[in-house]
Design a protein around this ligand. Structure first.
Ligand code: ZN
Length: 253
């Protein structure tokens, strides 16, 4: 009984959790002032730097008891790297009238209709958004999340059924550090920004998370199953995602 099997399935959209806000530092390098967000993590063994492409900032992570000055001098020692990475980030692509965004990999133009009432609709290669300009980003985002859910949920269910597993919950969220995840309780999350990616990339990610319903690791058996569950070859979508990750994080930001 398929319907019974999936009756517990909930699909929802979750906004990012507001955690402890990072401390803002600045580092001066070659006459430039570089923004750095400083966070302490109980899981960090040593100090590290990473790029947060969605927020276009550098994150400096230190273990709980490391003195701030020690962490800061680490960042200063790598200031050249920080500056280069920030400069290399793709441009922001806000949701505004006339902007182009990919819809499942196909370029679409945003058309704003300030005087119309109603919602969002797609016509050919245009996405029309009605209502006040200040509501456009939110309205378009909600619509894109719903479009992704429409594609994603049947795909997850079909692949899960093919390995005789149930999915407890599918959550679409504003996930900046990973595209998808699958927990031991069979709950899955996906980033809403996958709506910009080509269908084969969505399929590849779904196959990956569904394979985790069977193997909660990245063992050779896991990879063999993920490969089997992917509709096409697995490497091209994997490479595409790696090449385009920073770009996908700039839409609607
Ligand atoms: Zn995985």
């Amino acid at each position: 009984m398929r319907a019974m099997a999936f009756s517990g399935l909930v699909s929802r959209f979750v906004l990012p959790r507001v955690g402890s806000e990072p401390e803002q530092l600045t580092i001066v390098h070659a006459g430039d002032t570089l923004p750095v967000s400083f966070v302490r993590s109980p899981r960090a063994r040593r100090v590290s730097l990473r790029i947060d492409a969605a927020r276009r900032r550098i994150v400096l992570t230190a273990p709980p008891r490391m003195p701030l000055e020690k962490a800061r001098s680490f960042a200063e020692a790598h200031a050249g790297w920080i500056a280069a990475r920030l400069k290399r980030l793709p441009e922001r692509r806000p949701f505004i009238d006339g902007a182009e965004i990919p819809y499942f990999g196909q370029p679409h133009r945003i058309r704003h209709h300030p005087d119309s009432r109603g919602t969002v609709w797609r016509e050919g290669t245009e996405i029309h958004v009605a209502g006040h300009a200040e509501h456009l980003p939110r309205r378009l985002c909600d619509w894109l999340v719903a479009e992704l859910r429409r594609e994603l949920v049947p795909l997850v269910l079909a692949k899960a059924a093919s390995v005789d597993r149930r999915v407890k919950r599918i959550t679409i969220r504003d996930n900046r550090s990973r595209w998808g995840s699958c927990g031991p309780d069979a709950s899955m999350t996906f980033s809403w920004r996958l709506v910009f990616a080509p269908p084969e990339v969505v399929d590849y990610l779904v196959a990956h998370e569904v394979a985790h319903l069977v193997h909660l690791n990245h063992s050779p058996r896991f990879w063999a199953l993920a490969r089997k569950l992917t509709a096409g070859p697995m490497d091209p979508p994997h490479d595409w995602l790696r090449r385009n990750a920073d770009q996908l994080l700039q839409y609607g930001a």
